[in-house]
Design a protein around this ligand. Structure first.
Ligand SMILES: Cc1cc2nc3c(=O)[nH]c(=O)nc-3n(C[C@H](O)[C@H](O)[C@H](O)COP(=O)(O)OP(=O)(O)OC[C@H]3O[C@@H](n4cnc5c(N)ncnc54)[C@H](O)[C@@H]3O)c2cc1C
Length: 445
């Protein structure tokens, strides 16, 4: 039976969810705090990109938008590590042909928003900020751009209003609702490597570039126009920190000393550094994600995480896909649908967040460690020979739809096993030998 459903937030996840609900025949109204991003002013500005991987593709494919997204996606088959000495090393992400994809955040949001808008049964209202919600009756209250209150009654509300969700804030006032918010000691700042004058790329295009520096790092993802968007993940405090890099000299000396090859790559480094804002990073956990059969949180509103596995959006998209499957399973029984959603997705949200923090250490620190790179090479080699026995953690997260919670548990076990393998004398010489292969087979069984 068709329901009237209110979605708060027309970001990446809210827009995709609107398409999913429309395809199931529901009447959907989406309310977005910001102005319509399709107007020219909103489209101007820096390009910011995201890594899209298999979970995201699965959700896009299920509603037939993957082909459109492919047109704006750049495959990244490997990581390229930039040493302080200028030496480049690389590490393939998966098996041959497997890649994560760099896509423009604004471009993808726009595409999904347009597709949602094209559905007959979707209405999108911009400049509507959710202020309050009656959780028992699924009534939401918005403020429009004239400062007027707009009351919206519906059968159900989906909170897709991001990390600082107003819907979740209201849920927090319920008895026994669990919530935690942890800001990590690092923030981030975006910088740009522009294209060469002829539009070509200054760095290898089909790769994610990393400058791992122990406690912090710089990364760069390619854009379609030949530029790269870089993100500096950096502590707020300490010797090397945002709070300690203030003057032009301090900033320039820091880049000269720590990321020397970027001085040529980022001609406006000083300008970029000083004008682009520093943003914080946090993990937000809450439980439960639903209120009876009336309200459900999705995307960052439910499981905001730090971006180091490039999975926040992918997880949000996967959430839309899982919810759709549960709708098909439970039909008009929304209570069972919402309950099962919470039951399945909450552990996966936790898994996603644990994985995200784990990968920060891998990226900023381990990718500069030759032992770690060797370990990953052994895993990939073994996995090629025994794909049913071993899928490396990165592949489980980025190239499969294995649940995050499961991937994390398997990954922890693999790590223990690999500790033993890495202790084998002369492992660097015999990493692809049958001795090592047999040892791994014995340890697995
Ligand atoms: C630096 C960085 C890099 C990242 N890289 C990746 C990556 O490579 N891959 C990946 O998968 N993920 C990545 N992520 C995570 C990804 O950006 C988020 O997980 C994703 O944007 C979540 O989508 P969402 O729709 O849930 O929330 P959002 O994108 O935050 O959208 C929420 C929407 O709700 C609106 N809204 C907010 N409050 C209200 C309100 N009160 N009323 C009405 N509307 C409201 C907002 O304006 C917004 O449009 C990254 C995040 C960061 C910070």
């Amino acid at each position: 039976m068709s329901n009237k459903i209110t979605i708060a937030g027309a970001g990446l996840v809210g827009s995709l969810e609107a398409i999913y609900l429309a395809k199931r025949g529901h009447e959907v109204e989406v309310f977005e705090r910001r102005s319509d991003m399709r107007n020219a002013k909103m489209l101007a500005g820096r390009s910011i990109n995201l890594a899209l991987s298999v979970r995201g593709w699965t959700a896009l494919k299920a509603i037939g938008v993957d082909k459109e997204v492919e047109k704006m996606a750049i495959p990244m088959y490997k990581r390229v590590m930039h040493g302080v000495d200028g030496i480049l090393t690389d590490q393939q992400y998966g098996q041959d042909g497997e890649a994560i994809y760099s896509v423009s955040r604004g471009g993808l949001n726009l595409l999904l928003l347009n597709l949602a808008d094209q559905q007959e049964n979707v209405t999108i209202k911009f400049d509507h900020k959710c202020l309050d919600v009656d959780l028992q009756t699924a009534t939401a209250f918005f403020e429009n751009k004239d400062g007027e209150e707009v009351k919206v009654e519906s059968d159900r509300i989906i909170g897709a209003d991001g990390a600082y969700s107003a819907i979740r804030s209201k849920m927090m006032r319920q008895d026994r609702f669990q919530y935690s918010q942890n800001f990590i000691e690092h923030g981030y700042k975006e910088l740009t490597i522009p294209a060469n004058e002829d539009g070509s790329y200054k760095l290898e295009k089909n790769a994610l570039h990393i400058w791992p520096r122990g406690n912090f790092m710089l990364i760069a993802l390619p854009n379609l126009d030949g530029s790269f968007t870089c993100t500096l993940f950096f502590p707020y405090d300490g010797e090397y920190s945002f709070n300690n890099l203030k003057t032009d000299d301090q900033i320039l000396n820091f880049f000269k000393e720590v990321f020397p090859d970027t001085l040529d790559l980022i001609p406006d480094i000083l300008q970029d550094y000083k004008t682009n804002k520093t943003s914080s990073l946090s993990i937000m956990r809450c439980d439960p994600w639903t209120v009876s059969d009336k309200v459900l949180l999705i995307g960052d509103a439910a499981h905001a995480t730090v971006p180091f596995y490039g999975q926040g959006m992918n997880a949000g998209f996967e959430g839309c896909y899982v919810l759709d499957q549960l709708m098909a399973k439970h039909g008009d029984d929304w209570l069972s649908c919402f309950n099962e959603y919470s039951e399945i997705r909450k552990p996966d949200g936790d898994g996603l967040q644990d994985l995200s923090m784990h990968n920060f250490i891998v990226m900023r620190d381990k990718t500069a460690d030759s032992n770690f790179l060797l370990q990953k090479k052994i895993e990939l080699h073994f996995s090629k020979k025994h794909p049913k026995k071993w899928l490396p953690l990165y592949s489980m997260v980025s190239f499969s739809n294995i649940r995050y919670s499961q991937a994390w548990q398997i990954g922890l076990k693999q790590e223990k096993l690999m500790e033993k393998i890495m202790e084998v004398p002369d492992i660097d010489k015999k990493w692809d030998s049958s001795e090592v292969e047999n040892m791994m087979l014995d340890l697995i069984d």
